[in-house]
Design a binder for this molecule. Structure first.
Ligand SMILES: [Zn+2]
Length: 301
């Protein structure tokens, strides 16, 4: 038996990252494959294939971090903004297929759980996590507990009547529409042509290009406005910013974000608010998914 090791599955809009993870967050073998763009069945088959492969090494449970809203009462993953999946009960599927304990959590919540337990948010009793990737995910720790609700912090309005949001979201000016990697792709294309994306924008800004620096500072400012509002609601000890784009652009966006957030925050957060970079990098989602697997193993939920 491998009781101290579970499989974490981080299902994203562009890739599936799965791996064997120990209780302390140490990651063993991992597998990464592109997320199929086709039917729901194709996506689920891809998820099953990486779990099948890892299970050959032995694992005691499975945890899934998925970009879907999850019904807290039934555990059903209801719908996704950026994936053609709906109404999937991941733990039931896993129990039927593998006869192992299994759990599921929204990917933003899973990342928040990981950063709180093992990363930049250790010791905080109240925490806000924002993951800036293709979209913007989020999670909350309130009074030393992960909030299990939707926490779709990426769909906070920051520009009234602004740019249309992504995927299945019909809102406008949401944080995801203005401060995600996808939003940075759009800005890069406007500045440098249709082939340019967020990586080039970050590279140019680091090289001193004023237009690129200004564009990323504006993305940071909009991020900060959202953080200011969230701070006024949840009074966090710390705000953790992660995700692929969030990590790549941290040095360029977090300072303007802090200035804008403190500008909106009620005292004393207008001077004490902290925004820090996530510590677990692109593995936060994987580790968080695994922690959900350990919760299922321990019968916590
Ligand atoms: Zn939205």
């Amino acid at each position: 038996m491998h009781e101290e090791r579970v499989i974490g599955v981080d299902l994203g809009g562009t890739k599936v990252l799965a791996g064997l993870v120990a209780r302390d967050g140490a990651i063993g073998r991992t597998i990464e494959i592109p997320t199929p763009g086709g039917t729901p069945d194709e996506v689920l088959r891809a998820v099953d294939s990486v779990v099948d492969d890892l299970l050959a090494d032995g694992a005691a449970a499975i945890g899934y971090g998925v970009p879907l809203n999850i019904d807290r009462r039934t555990g059903v993953a209801l719908r996704a903004i950026n994936l053609p999946l709906h109404d999937v009960h991941f733990p039931d599927r896993a129990r039927a297929r593998y006869s192992l304990p299994a759990g599921v959590e929204n990917d933003g919540n899973a990342a928040a759980l990981a950063e709180w337990r093992l990363g930049a948010g250790r010791g905080a009793s109240d925490l806000i996590m924002l993951t800036l990737g293709t979209g913007v995910g989020g999670g909350l720790v309130i009074d030393n507990r992960l909030y299990r609700g939707w926490a779709e912090l990426g769909h906070t309005v920051v520009v009234a009547g602004g740019a249309p949001c992504q995927g299945n979201c019909h809102g406008h000016g949401h944080l995801e529409a203005v401060a995600s990697g996808h939003a940075a792709d759009r800005v890069a294309a406007e500045l440098y042509g249709p082939a340019a994306g967020a990586p080039l924008l970050v590279e140019r800004a680091r090289g001193g290009d004023e237009h690129a620096r200004d564009a990323l500072a504006e993305i940071g400012r909009l991020l900060g406005i959202a953080i200011g509002s969230l701070t006024n609601i949840f009074d966090p000890d710390v705000v953790v910013v992660g995700g692929g784009f969030g990590a790549a652009a941290a040095e360029l966006i977090l300072e303007p974000a802090l200035a804008a957030a403190r500008g909106e925050a009620i005292e004393p957060a207008d001077t004490t608010l902290r925004i820090v970079q996530a510590e677990l990098g692109e593995e936060a989602g994987l580790i968080g998914a695994a922690l959900v697997g350990f919760e299922a193993l321990d019968g916590v939920r």
